[in-house]
Write a protein that binds this ligand. Structure first.
Ligand SMILES: NC(=O)C1=CN([C@@H]2O[C@H](COP(=O)(O)OP(=O)(O)OC[C@H]3O[C@@H](n4cnc5c(N)ncnc54)[C@H](OP(=O)(O)O)[C@@H]3O)[C@@H](O)[C@H]2O)C=CC1
Ligand SMILES: O=C(CO)COP(=O)(O)O
Length: 349
C-alpha cells in the first residue's frame, strides 16, 4: 500500500493533466495549477480539460487552482509540467512563495538554447539549495493521450539521489503506468530532449512522401547521433537503448499523437514553420532544442548530420527535399566508426 500524498502539478496542459490522472488514480490528492481561470472552472466544475485532452473525464480528486500559492502550500512534491521555455519563469514564482524544502519532479523534454543547460541544471540554478530537496526527472515513451486512457505505458525516473527517484517511482506506479529507475540523469534528459529533433525529421520525411525505410534510417542514425553527443556529455551509453532513448524515439517518430512528428509532417508538405507553430496550440519542443543541440554539437565537437539538416530546414529556409538529398550524398562511411567513442565510454563505465 502506498502512502497517500498531496501533490502539486504545475501546468495543466496535456502532459500535466495526464500525470494528474495517474496520481489521482493512485489515491493522492492532486492540486493542478494553470494560470487560465476558465480552465480552472472547467476542471473543477465539469471535470474535463477539453483543450488539451478532449473526451477524457478527470477523477474528482484533481482540484485545479489559478493561484500558485494555494497549489504549493504545505506540499512536499511538485511536478513541473510546463514547456522548457517556461521553466525559469515558473520557478521564479515558486521560489518567491515557498520557504519549506520540497522535491521537484520535472517531466519536460528540452535543452535551453545558449546556456545549453539540461532541465535539472536550470532547476538547480533557479532554486536555492535549501528549498530544493531533490530533483527527479520522469521521462520515456508516453503520449498524454494514451496515458489519460489508462493504456499500458512505461517510463523511467532518474535523480542524483536514487532514494528520491524510488520515492517518486512509488507515487506514480500503478497497473497501467509502470515506472523504472535509472541513475543516469544526463542520459535520461538528453535522450528525452533530442528525440524531438528526430521526430520532427521523421514527420518531414513522411510529409515528403518517403516511406518506412527512410523512417527506420532516421530513427537508427538519429539514435547514433544522440548517443554520440550524450556520451560526450557524460551519459551512460546503455541508457540510449532504454525507454528514454530508443523507446521514446520509436513512440515519437511513429505516432500521430506526437506534436513534433505532426509539425514535421506539415513542414514536409510545404507549410511554413511559423504557420505550423501558430496552428498547433501545443508546444513543439524540438524546434528550440534543434538550436540548442546544434550549439552542443559544436561545443563538444560531435558530428550530428540529422540535427544539422533539420537546423537548415527550420532556421535557414532550406528546402526539406534538398536537405534529404544532402544527407544521402554525405561522404561514405563505416556504420560503426562513428560509434567508437561510445564503446570507449562504455568500457570506462
Ligand atoms: N504531451 C505529452 O504527451 C508529453 C509531453 N512531455 C513534455 O511535457 C512538457 C509540457 O508539455 P505538454 O503538457 O504536452 O504541453 P502543452 O502545450 O500541452 O501544455 C503546456 C502547459 O504549460 C502552460 N504554460 C506554457 N507556458 C507557460 C508559462 N510561461 N507560464 C505558466 N504556464 C505555462 C500552458 O498553460 P496555458 O494552457 O494556460 O497556456 C499549458 O498548461 C514538454 O516539455 C513536453 O515535451 C513529456 C511527455 C509526454
Ligand atoms: O514526449 C512525448 C512522448 O513520449 C510526446 O512527444 P510530442 O511532444 O512530440 O507530442
Amino acid at each position: 500500500m502506498k502512502n497517500k500524498e498531496s501533490i502539486a502539478v504545475v501546468g495543466a496542459g496535456s502532459w500535466g493533466t495526464a500525470l494528474a490522472i495517474v496520481l489521482a488514480d493512485n489515491g493522492h490528492e492532486v492540486r493542478l495549477w494553470t494560470q487560465n481561470e476558465k480552465r480552472v472552472e472547467e476542471i473543477n466544475g465539469k471535470h474535463t480539460n477539453h483543450q488539451y485532452l478532449p473526451d477524457v473525464e478527470l477523477p474528482k480528486n484533481i482540484l485545479a487552482f489559478s493561484s500558485i500559492k494555494d497549489v504549493l502550500s504545505g506540499l512536499d512534491v511538485v511536478v513541473l509540467a510546463v514547456p522548457t521555455k517556461a521553466i525559469r519563469e515558473v520557478l521564479q514564482s515558486i521560489k518567491n512563495i515557498r520557504t519549506e524544502p520540497f522535491t521537484v519532479v520535472h517531466v519536460s523534454k528540452g535543452i535551453e538554447p545558449d546556456t545549453l543547460m539540461r532541465i535539472s541544471e536550470m532547476i538547480r540554478e533557479e532554486l536555492p539549495e535549501e528549498l530544493c530537496k531533490d530533483i527527479v526527472v520522469l521521462s520515456g515513451p508516453s503520449h498524454a493521450e494514451e496515458v489519460s486512457l489508462r493504456h499500458p505505458t512505461t517510463v523511467t525516473v532518474s535523480s542524483e539521489n536514487m532514494k528520491a527517484a524510488e520515492g517518486i517511482q512509488d507515487i506514480f506506479m500503478n497497473q497501467h503506468f509502470r515506472v523504472y529507475t535509472n541513475p543516469d540523469v544526463v542520459g535520461v534528459e538528453i535522450g528525452g530532449a533530442l528525440k524531438n529533433i528526430i521526430a520532427l525529421a521523421a514527420g518531414i520525411s513522411d510529409g515528403l512522401g518517403y516511406g518506412d525505410n527512410a523512417k527506420a534510417a532516421l530513427i537508427t542514425r538519429g539514435l547514433a547521433e544522440i548517443a554520440r553527443l550524450g556520451t560526450k556529455m557524460g551519459a551512460d551509453p546503455l541508457t540510449f537503448s532504454g525507454l528514454t532513448g530508443i523507446g521514446d524515439l520509436i513512440v515519437t517518430c511513429t505516432s500521430v499523437h506526437s506534436r513534433n512528428w505532426r509539425a514535421g509532417n506539415m513542414l514536409g508538405k510545404g507549410q511554413k514553420l511559423q504557420d505550423v507553430l501558430d496552428n498547433m496550440g501545443m508546444v513543439v519542443e524540438g524546434v528550440r532544442t534543434t538550436r540548442a543541440a546544434r550549439q552542443l554539437s559544436v561545443k563538444y565537437g560531435v558530428e550530428m548530420p540529422i540535427t544539422e539538416a533539420l537546423y537548415g530546414i527550420l532556421f535557414e529556409e532550406k528546402d526539406p527535399k534538398v536537405a534529404v538529398d544532402e544527407l544521402m550524398a554525405r561522404m561514405k562511411t563505416n556504420e560503426m566508426e562513428s560509434l567508437v567513442h561510445i564503446m570507449d565510454r562504455q568500457q570506462e563505465i
